[in-house]
Design a protein around this ligand. Structure first.
Ligand SMILES: [Zn+2]
Length: 79
Protein backbone atom coordinates (compact mmCIF):
# COMPACT_ATOMS: atom_id res chain seq x y z
CA UNK A 1 0.00 0.00 0.00
CA UNK A 2 1.42 3.25 -0.99
CA UNK A 3 0.55 5.59 1.70
CA UNK A 4 2.55 8.64 1.47
CA UNK A 5 2.99 10.18 4.81
CA UNK A 6 3.46 13.82 4.61
CA UNK A 7 5.90 14.80 7.18
CA UNK A 8 5.00 18.15 8.36
CA UNK A 9 8.03 19.57 9.85
CA UNK A 10 7.22 21.68 12.78
CA UNK A 11 8.79 24.91 11.98
CA UNK A 12 9.89 26.78 14.97
CA UNK A 13 8.11 30.02 14.90
CA UNK A 14 10.44 32.87 15.18
CA UNK A 15 9.98 34.80 18.30
CA UNK A 16 10.70 38.13 16.77
CA UNK A 17 7.15 38.78 15.71
CA UNK A 18 5.51 38.31 19.05
CA UNK A 19 5.46 39.76 22.50
CA UNK A 20 8.35 38.63 24.65
CA UNK A 21 6.34 38.18 27.78
CA UNK A 22 6.29 34.59 28.88
CA UNK A 23 3.26 32.80 27.55
CA UNK A 24 2.09 35.70 25.44
CA UNK A 25 1.61 35.19 21.73
CA UNK A 26 0.30 38.56 20.72
CA UNK A 27 1.86 40.61 18.01
CA UNK A 28 4.57 42.87 19.16
CA UNK A 29 3.87 46.55 19.31
CA UNK A 30 6.70 48.17 21.14
CA UNK A 31 10.34 47.54 21.70
CA UNK A 32 11.61 48.46 25.13
CA UNK A 33 14.69 47.93 27.15
CA UNK A 34 14.47 44.60 28.93
CA UNK A 35 15.98 45.99 32.08
CA UNK A 36 13.47 48.76 32.19
CA UNK A 37 10.57 46.40 31.78
CA UNK A 38 11.84 44.18 34.53
CA UNK A 39 12.44 47.09 36.79
CA UNK A 40 9.10 48.76 36.30
CA UNK A 41 6.78 45.82 35.97
CA UNK A 42 6.27 42.28 37.09
CA UNK A 43 6.16 41.06 33.54
CA UNK A 44 8.22 38.02 32.78
CA UNK A 45 10.03 38.89 29.63
CA UNK A 46 12.02 36.33 27.78
CA UNK A 47 14.29 38.21 25.54
CA UNK A 48 16.74 36.20 23.56
CA UNK A 49 19.76 37.90 24.91
CA UNK A 50 19.03 41.17 23.26
CA UNK A 51 18.92 44.44 25.02
CA UNK A 52 15.35 45.09 24.05
CA UNK A 53 12.19 43.14 24.46
CA UNK A 54 9.00 43.42 22.56
CA UNK A 55 5.68 44.01 24.16
CA UNK A 56 2.24 43.58 22.70
CA UNK A 57 -0.39 46.24 22.98
CA UNK A 58 -1.78 44.94 26.23
CA UNK A 59 1.53 44.45 27.94
CA UNK A 60 2.72 47.79 26.76
CA UNK A 61 -0.32 49.27 28.41
CA UNK A 62 0.72 47.61 31.61
CA UNK A 63 4.18 48.97 31.26
CA UNK A 64 2.90 52.43 30.58
CA UNK A 65 0.60 52.27 33.53
CA UNK A 66 3.45 51.26 35.76
CA UNK A 67 5.67 54.07 34.58
CA UNK A 68 2.90 56.61 34.74
CA UNK A 69 2.14 55.68 38.31
CA UNK A 70 5.74 56.18 39.11
CA UNK A 71 5.86 59.52 37.47
CA UNK A 72 2.80 60.62 39.34
CA UNK A 73 4.30 59.46 42.59
CA UNK A 74 7.44 61.35 41.88
CA UNK A 75 5.54 64.50 41.15
CA UNK A 76 3.65 64.15 44.39
CA UNK A 77 6.80 63.93 46.39
CA UNK A 78 8.05 67.01 44.65
CA UNK A 79 5.21 69.16 45.82
ZN1 LIG B 1 2.10 40.38 25.52
Amino acid sequence: MGHIMKHKRKSKRKKDKTCDVKGCDEDKKKSLSTTKIKKKTDLKVESSGGRNSYLCKEHYKEYKKATEDERRAKRLSWD
